[in-house]
Design a protein around this ligand. Sequence first.
Ligand SMILES: [Zn+2]
Length: 253
Amino acid sequence: MNIDLPASLSHAYLVTGGSGEGRAALAKRLAAAYLCEGAGPVPCGACRHCRKVEAGVHPDVTVLAPLTDKKEIGVDQARALRSDAYIRPNEGKRKVYIIDPADAMNPAAQNALLKVLEDGPAYAAFLLLAAEPGRLLDTVRSRCEPLPLPPEEAPVDPELAEQAEALVELLLTGDEFAVAKGLTTLELEKPKPDRLAALLGEAENQIAKRLASHPARGVKALRALKACRENAVFNPGAGHTLGWIAASLFGEV
Ligand SMILES: [Zn+2]
C-alpha cells in the first residue's frame, strides 16, 4: 500500500474503498504517523512508537470491532470508547481509535460517538474504516475527512495488456487513417462485451501513465475510451465504434 498520507493529519478520517486488508494497513500507517516521534517524514517506521504500532501493541492505539459472535458494534462499546477518549494518552502524544468496520456500528453506537468525533480532546484521533460508508449516518460521515482508497487492481492478463498497448500506441500516435483502420479491425473481431470493457479499461490505465508525453491526444483518447466503456457507445457490429472514437480523437465531436 503506497498511498501517500496527507501532509497534515486531520483528527478523523473515513477510510473507504480498496480491500479490508488495504484499509487496515492504511489505518495502521496513519496510527503510526500520529504517534511517530522520529525525525523526518512520518511514520519513520523505526522509533519505539512506530514499532509498537506495527506490532499491534501500542497502548494508545485501540481497535474497536464487533464483539465475538456479534455482527454489530453496539452502543455500550461506543460509550466505552467515548469515555476512554477523555483519559489522556499512556505513552504517546495522541490516542488513536481505529473503528473497523465502522459500518458495523448500529445507529445508537454511531450517535454515541458524534460528540467525541466533533469536539473530543485534541489528542484523540479516529479512523473509521468502512466497506459500505452509506451505512453510516450523515452526521458521522460529515465529521470525518474522506480518505478513499483506489480499487484493488486485479492482475492484468498479459495478452490483454499487450492488445491494450497496441491500441494505446495507435490512439496516441496514429494518424486518422491508421486509427480508423485499427478500430475497424478490432470491431471486426467482435470481442465479447466483458473482454472489450477490460481492454478499454486497461488502455485507459496505460494512457494515464503516458499523459505527460502525449497530453492533448491522451486526454481526448481517455475521454473517448471512458465514454465508450461507460455508455456502451462502443458497440461492435453496430457501426458505432469507429466513427465515434476516431471523430472524438480528430476533433469532430
Ligand atoms: Zn516513528
